[in-house]
Every structure is written in C-alpha cells, then in structure tokens.
Write a protein that binds this ligand. Structure first.
Ligand SMILES: Nc1nc2c(ncn2[C@@H]2O[C@H](COP(=O)(O)OP(=O)(O)OP(=O)(O)O)[C@@H](O)[C@H]2O)c(=O)[nH]1
Ligand SMILES: [Mg+2]
Length: 208
C-alpha cells in the first residue's frame, strides 16, 4: 500500500483487512476506494482493489445461488419396498387423506388448495409385502407445459412403478380424469397399452 495515503484511507484499509464477511468486506472496500486520491501513484492500488471487489461480488453470488438450490422442494424420492406407487390427482382430490389413512406418512390434510407442495412418501403393508406410496403435488391444467411444479410431478409419475389416479367424486370426476390423462399424455406418459399390430408375412422359397 502506498505510504502517502490519507490517514482515513489507511484506517479504512485496516478495517477491510480485519473483516472476513464478504458482504461487509465489499462495503468497506467501496468506502476505502472513495477515500483514495486518484493519481499515478495510487493506480496499482486502485486496480488491485477493483479486482478484489469483483472477486467478492462473485463469491457473494455463488453463495446466493447455492442457497437457492438448497431451498427448493425435494422431488426425487428414493424407492423403497417392492414398488413405488405415486398418487396423482388434482388438488383436494383427497391424496393426503388416502396416504394418511393407509400409511405411516406424516402428512397434513387441508382444504386449502395446492396444500402439498413436495412429494410425501409412506409405506403401505400388504400381507408381507411393503409398497411405497408417494403423494405427488397436485397436477393442474398446464402442468405438462411447466406450470408450477408440473414437470417435476410428471417426472415423479414417470419414474414410479405404479400410479393411483385419484379423483374427487364431489366435483366432476370425469373432467378431472380427462385433465389428468391429458397432462400425462402431453408428457408422454400413457396408462393404456398401445394397440399392438403384428403382421406376420411368410415367404416360402421353393428350391428346385
Ligand atoms: N367429503 C369428503 N371430503 C374429503 C375426503 N377426503 C378428503 N376430503 C377433504 O378434502 C380436502 C382436501 O383433502 P386432501 O387429502 O388434503 O387433498 P389433497 O389431494 O392432498 O390436496 P392437495 O395437497 O392440495 O393436492 C380436506 O378438507 C379433506 O378433509 C372424502 O373422502 N370425502
Ligand atoms: Mg395433499
């Protein structure tokens, strides 16, 4: 550091050096820069300080994006038991009620729409076989186009070994089922077997 800096700048530099927190360090460095007189003798110092500020900004951004990645819902549920069965349906179909009644899952039943926002797994015993039942967050019109958590829910359905398509009988079940099937088909998840057509052609070669 050049010896001819004003005392306030020297004092601020001491504060910068003593600070570890990147945000705080960046703020102090900005203050330091405003106290440094700009001339030939301080050119090198200013350029070093600017580089340090850019590195601190990068560090702060990286920390932010790592935090954002950690905070999102966890959509991948590791398979357990004999098979993973996903409950797929619109909101308020009773998905949480079903998983709460049949498994050990700790799940909240609520009349608030779109209450379950990440998959909830639970184990269902049938004789000596255990099935993993997973409540998937609700499908809606536009799920296959990426609306809300639609693509993640559809990926969960695709990865499951079995599906329970659940509709509420109190609100137009036929419309609900066709909406579910439509979103699934758009995501290329088909629940009926494609009609296979097999043609057998026999060629007889007679060698004379
Ligand atoms: N009448 C009646 N109400 C039910 C039944 N099952 C669930 N409910 C009610 O319907 C509402 C929604 O139930 P949930 O089980 O939370 O529905 P969900 O499908 O998990 O809803 P989301 O998490 O929003 O997708 C709650 O108020 C339940 O009490 C049922 O069999 N009959
Ligand atoms: Mg629910």
């Amino acid at each position: 550091m050049p010896a001819n800096l004003p005392p306030e700048a020297k004092h601020k530099w001491a504060e910068v050096s003593a600070t570890k927190n990147p945000k705080e360090k960046l703020r102090l460095l900005k203050e330091f820069m405003s106290l440094v007189p700009k001339h030939k003798g301080t050119e090198k110092l200013c350029s070093q300080a600017k580089k340090k500020m850019a590195a601190l900004r990068r560090e702060i951004e990286e920390k932010k994006s790592k935090k954002a990645g950690r905070g999102g819902p966890k959509f991948f549920i590791e398979k357990e038991g004999a098979a993973q069965v996903a409950i797929i349906g619109l909101t308020n179909a009773g998905k949480s009620s079903l998983i709460a009644a049949t498994t050990n899952a700790k799940v909240e039943v609520s009349a608030s729409p779109y209450f379950t926002r990440e998959p909830v797994p639970g184990m269902f015993d049938h004789e000596d076989i255990q099935f993993q039942i997973v409540e998937a967050p609700a499908l809606m019109e536009g799920s296959a186009d990426g609306k809300a958590w639609g693509l993640q829910t559809l990926a969960l359905a695709r990865n499951a070994d079995g599906l329970i398509l659940m509709v509420s009988l109190s609100q137009d079940p036929v419309r609900q089922l066709s909406l579910i099937l439509n979103e699934m088909e758009k995501a290329r998840i088909f629940v009926s077997k494609p009609k296979a057509r097999v043609e057998v052609e026999r060629n007889l070669w007679v060698l004379a």
